[in-house]
Design a protein around this ligand. Structure first.
Ligand code: COA
Length: 422
């Protein structure tokens, strides 16, 4: 059977968006972070609205069960935002839980079931020690074949980076350039976990060594800092510390409404005109580690639905859980040909003020990666950028079209959305 091209039965717009700060918050639970995000979302609705008009909640969350010993999180979010007894559903698709929750919110409105829904993303990872976080994340891989072979996520993406370097001219330094760029962007984002350039992190370490009377490491510049095993240790070669997204807590919230209602909420709605989702086999079963087929298919579906092409996308938030993932994403999305994505960061094409800004928010690398919240956090950034509200990190040219790319696991799930200001 041939499927007809996927279309939405009616249009959907974002009319409010907010997020908590991303980082490590020992005194806060997921519900507290979600309330922070929700309250910011409420105040972002230009013309105001009655929260009681929200008809349902779709909450992206990977593993509150293992991270926080708390299952069944969606009704708790409804309770703490005062929205019970509205229908509340948790959506789990590993690190793509947030992007998938957006898609479920879209489908619920497009079907005609609801007119106004709240989409959230939540995760609280930092209560566990790093080794237990690593084990918890590893349950998003194939635990029958991959985990027993010793694979954890830094290892998976290291395998992809190694395959990519083997096939193309990239070097570990190519990936470092992505980390440098995303830390530059994150330094301009008050919600980012790091909020610091690699230069300023390096300078802080130099000042600390000097204050303690220790010998100074003598880094000439950021690249020397990144090449030094002491300041940038190998996590899984060629992925070093500054190639990895951090362990994070955070939440984000979006108000989605049907297209016909959008202007009752704001004169500047952001329409979601393309939505794509696909899945793939686990990494060990794939013939090619240098691309994510699910991301390519999700992008094709979203482009077809929106009638747009990669050239029309003016900025994108992509899933840079590791720096190699950003390089592959920019190729899978059709921004650059296969084998050219790594040069884009080197040549400044993907920098915030370049022709194709990628991860102006700082990306998962610098903004943080509270896994179930990351996909919704990406949408919050695009919402701000398309409305000209991104402050000092606003990209050039008053963009009208943006894209988010959210990946679960090693690419067994990918979700792509396209957003437009009309
Ligand atoms: N990037 C840059 N610096 C980082 C960092 C990161 N990802 N993670 C931690 N740091 C810094 C800390 O700020 C701290 O700096 P300081 O010494 O100047 O205070 C230092 O490194 C040690 O922090 P710590 O929390 O002890 O690090 P860790 O060794 O426990 O964890 C990683 C580091 C890379 C192992 C961890 O961040 C990780 O597992 N990341 C990947 C998460 C992941 O797989 N997500 C899912 C992707 S699909």
């Amino acid at each position: 059977m041939t499927h007809k091209p996927h279309t939405l039965a009616r249009g959907v717009a974002i009319v409010g968006a907010g997020m908590s700060k991303f980082g490590a918050f020992p005194g806060k639970a997921t519900r507290d972070l979600f309330v922070d995000a929700y309250q910011e979302m409420i105040t972002s609705v230009d013309k105001g609205f009655d929260p009681k008009d929200i008809e349902a909640l779709f909450i992206g969350n990977y593993s509150s069960d293992l991270f926080e010993n708390q299952g069944h999180t969606a009704p708790i979010m409804a309770d703490w935002t005062g929205l019970a007894p509205r229908a509340a559903t948790r959506i789990e698709n590993a690190c793509a839980s947030g992007g998938t929750a957006i898609r479920q919110g879209i489908l619920a409105i497009a079907s005609g079931l609801y007119d106004i829904v709240l989409v959230g993303g939540i995760e609280k990872m930092t209560d566990l020690a790093t080794d237990r976080v690593t084990d918890t994340l590893a349950t998003a891989s194939d635990t029958l074949y991959e985990t027993p072979a010793g694979f954890t996520f830094p290892g998976f993406y290291a395998a992809m980076a190694t395959a990519y370097m083997h096939r193309y001219d990239a070097t570990p330094e190519s990936f470092m350039r992505v980390g440098l760029k995303n830390h530059e962007n994150g330094a301009l984002n008050e919600k980012a976990q790091f909020g610091a350039t690699i230069r300023s992190i390096m300078d802080k370490k130099l000042a600390a060594a000097q204050a303690k009377g220790k010998p100074l490491p003598g880094w000439a510049d950021e690249m020397a800092f990144l090449h030094d095993d002491r300041s940038n240790p190998v996590i899984a070669w060629p992925m070093r510390l500054f190639d990895c997204s951090p362990i994070s807590d955070g939440a984000a919230a979006l108000l989605l409404v049907s297209e016909d209602l959008a202007r009752q909420f704001t004169d500047t709605p952001i329409y979601i005109t393309g939505s794509g989702q696909a899945s793939d086999v686990a990494l060990h079963d794939r013939g090619d580690y240098t691309r994510l087929c699910a991301a390519q298919l999700a992008a094709q579906e979203a482009y077809r639905m929106s009638g747009l092409t990669p050239a029309d996308i003016q900025l994108a938030e992509v899933h840079d859980c590791f720096t190699i993932a950003e390089v592959i994403a920019t190729e899978d999305l059709g921004f650059f040909p296969a084998g050219h994505g790594f040069r884009a960061a080197e040549e400044g094409l993907t920098s915030r003020l370049g022709p194709k800004p990628i991860n102006a928010s700082g990306g998962l690398k610098s903004k943080g990666h509270p896994v179930g919240a990351s996909g919704t956090g990406q949408a919050v950034e695009i919402w701000k950028q398309l409305r000209g509200q991104a402050g000092t990190r606003q990209v050039n040219g008053s963009p009208r079209v943006g894209l988010t790319h959210n990946v679960g696991g090693t690419g067994q799930t990918a979700v792509v959305h396209i957003y437009e200001r009309r």
